[in-house]
Design a protein around this ligand. Structure first.
Ligand code: F6R
Length: 608
């Protein structure tokens, strides 16, 4: 999704702006632009990659000591140069992430005032609005504060002015924004990874904050002008973690990082003999122990993690659990219960729908809240009573992989903690479960070793236009996740069904052109699944079965079987998703799609 970088420093900031944009490329974008102040306002924009913008900057020898830059993911108006940011009004340039909901009304007012619009974006409204405020308010910081009181919606924005080249004004409401403090100047960005090149000292702005940065200082205030202090945090993000290293794609790197990501996430239980509520925060025993039911809210892959957890929470902890897509829950009239534990799951912690669903749940009086999140400084983590930070490290590929498996590890720990608080976990089972969890990273490594076989299967898929994924029980969400991975990066249409549903409709789709992928570990539903697979074979469908060591299935005509090295009981979902990630990755490679930045998608979905 959109990204912002801004800089005022004792140096030419163009290389910093461009490098920052490169670091934000993973979020997904369709155009890029920058503006610098250097004896006037100079703007460059391009549809396509940051590399093209860099080439323009090189050719035009663009330089300056103050500048703002942006990667745009189209919401209002097609991806085109005229819609790319920065947007300009008079001598003023603006970049913006988020959506201004009242942009149409503001546009009409501004047009009536004589402002001419040159783009279809909501952002251009902000540029003209600030320009209009500057007709009566001389100071840029004050004019931006006045302008944002007229805005409804979500924004992170940066504004600079030709006649005032020593400072940049930024503001945030709903979309993330942070400041960077370096020896040679001050910086701002929507994501810390963009600023690691110049500093680790970051200041995270809160919703409703405005700030002014200059070479020598910064000042932060609330919208009403009250000055505030925000702590300087030393970012722990590793600069190496966002480098590709020897891998061809971030998705490949992230799939193979899963053993380490899981080991890091489970580090806290490494030597422990028991699971402790404290893993989830200081008040966890009270917050978790008093809950009568669980409501999980998330989107996409994180929602699939929630769906797996429902099986665990009900079967192991004996607590009722429902799992809702955040964008649905936030607008649905539901029946609240104050003793519900609301669990939000998010890789980024910035997903607009998940944040809004959490706020909605809180507004209904449900205050027992927990975030399972991969970004410690994210908005989500700041808004819940409890938190568990997965330690997957930065996930750059748009298709989520290591975030998912680490979310599952966190949710399994949550299940064990709640089971214990509810008297459903005896000491022997607890020890056994902890041993099983500690072995997960090694078990995932053994699954990764199956890559050559999966690569061979990928060749058979690449010419297909559709695929059907089947699973039962807690492996049905794994089938959903496999279908999502395949469709998002290879553009092959894929659907997932609980295998028992096949004969209630989707069986009509099965013929020899329809590959059917089955998630088939040896659990209590395996025999039933085998019958469902027979139904597919009888209609000429070609089967690709991910079984395990105990599944007693082997290759036959039209049936390809791959055995995972070991059967893993309740945790098998964690292992079985890995071959599906590898399959999608290799199918995408054969098809030659943009694996890390699939078309139309963004990494961090900060708009509704
Ligand atoms: C799919 C994918 C998305 C995200 C979804 C939620 O591979 O990555 O479906 O899972 O956009 O994002 P987070 O987890 O950041 O809230």
């Amino acid at each position: 999704m959109c990204g912002i970088v801004a800089a005022v420093a004792d140096r030419n900031v163009v290389p910093v702006l461009l490098e920052g944009l490169r670091k934000l490329e993973y979020r997904g974008y369709d155009s890029a632009g920058l503006a610098v102040l250097n004896g006037g306002l100079h703007r460059l924009r391009s549809v396509g990659r940051v590399a093209e913008l860099a080439a323009q900057a090189e050719e035009k020898k663009t330089s300056g000591e103050a500048g703002i830059a942006h990667t745009r993911w189209a919401t209002h108006g097609a991806p085109s140069e005229r819609n790319a940011h920065p947007h300009i009004s008079g001598g003023l340039a603006v970049v913006h992430n988020g959506i201004i909901e009242n942009h149409e009304a503001l546009r009409q007012q501004l047009q009536a005032d004589g402002y001419l619009f040159t783009s279809d974006t909501d952002t251009e409204v902000i540029a003209h609005l600030v320009e209009k405020k500057l007709r009566t308010i001389t100071d840029l910081f004050d004019a931006v504060r006045a302008a944002i009181t007229d805005l409804q919606g979500a924004y992170a924005l940066a504004v600079m002015r030709e006649s005032d080249p020593t400072r940049i004004v930024v503001a945030r409401e709903g979309s993330p924004l942070l400041l960077g403090i370096a020896e040679d100047g001050h910086y701002a960005a929507s994501d810390a990874s963009a600023l690691l090149q110049v500093t680790r000292n970051m200041v995270y702005l809160e919703n409703g904050d405005c700030a002014e940065i200059s070479r020598s200082g910064l000042r932060i205030s609330r919208v009403d002008g009250t000055l505030v202090e925000r702590p300087v945090i030393e970012s722990q993000l590793s600069a190496d973690a966002v480098e590709l290293g020897t891998y061809s794609h971030y998705m490949q790197k992230e799939i193979f990082e899963q053993p380490d990501a899981l080991a890091n996430t489970l580090e806290m239980v490494g030597a422990a003999r028991s699971v402790q509520p404290g893993l989830f925060g200081a008040d966890a025993a009270e917050v978790l122990g008093g809950a009568r039911q669980v409501l999980i809210l998330a989107c996409g892959t994180s929602w699939h993690a929630g769906l797996v957890a429902r099986y665990w929470l009900e079967a192991i902890a004996g607590i009722p659990c429902s799992v809702e897509i955040a964008s649905e829950y936030r607008y649905r009239q539901s029946v609240p219960d104050a003793d519900t534990l609301v669990v939000t799951i998010s890789q980024s912690g910035e997903t607009a729908d998940t944040l809004a669903a959490l706020q909605h749940a809180k507004s209904l009086g449900m205050l027992r809240t927990l975030a399972i999140c991969n970004v410690p400084e994210s908005s989500l983590v700041r808004e819940t009573a409890l938190r568990f930070i997965t330690r997957a490290g930065p996930e750059i590929g748009v298709a989520s992989t290591k975030a998912f498996t680490t979310q599952l590890a966190a949710l399994y720990l949550l299940t064990l903690v709640i089971a214990k608080l509810r008297g459903k976990l005896d000491a022997e089972t607890e020890t056994r479960e902890l041993i099983a969890l500690r072995h997960v990273p090694a078990a995932v490594q053994r699954v990764l070793d199956l890559e050559p076989e999966i690569k061979a299967w990928a060749q058979l898929f690449s010419a297909k236009h559709h695929a059907l994924f089947l699973g039962r029980g807690r492996h049905y969400p794994i089938a959903l996740e496999g279908a999502l991975k395949l469709k998002e990066i290879s553009y092959i249409h894929a659907e997932a069904y609980p295998a028992g549903e096949l004969k209630h409709g989707p069986l009509a789709l099965v013929d020899k052109e329809m590959p059917v992928i089955a998630v088939a570990p040896n659990d209590t539903l395996l025999e039933k699944l085998k019958s469902n697979l027979q139904e597919v074979r009888a209609r000429g469908g070609e089967l690709f079965v991910f079984a395990d060591a105990d599944s007693e299935m082997s290759d036959s005509e039209g049936v390809h079987v791959l055995r995972l090295p070991e059967h893993y009981g309740a945790l098998s979902a964690l292992l079985h998703v890995v071959p599906l990630q590898l399959l999608s990755y290799h199918v995408a490679l054969v098809k030659g799609t943009d694996v890390d930045k699939p078309r139309n998608l963004a990494k961090s979905v900060t708009v509704e």
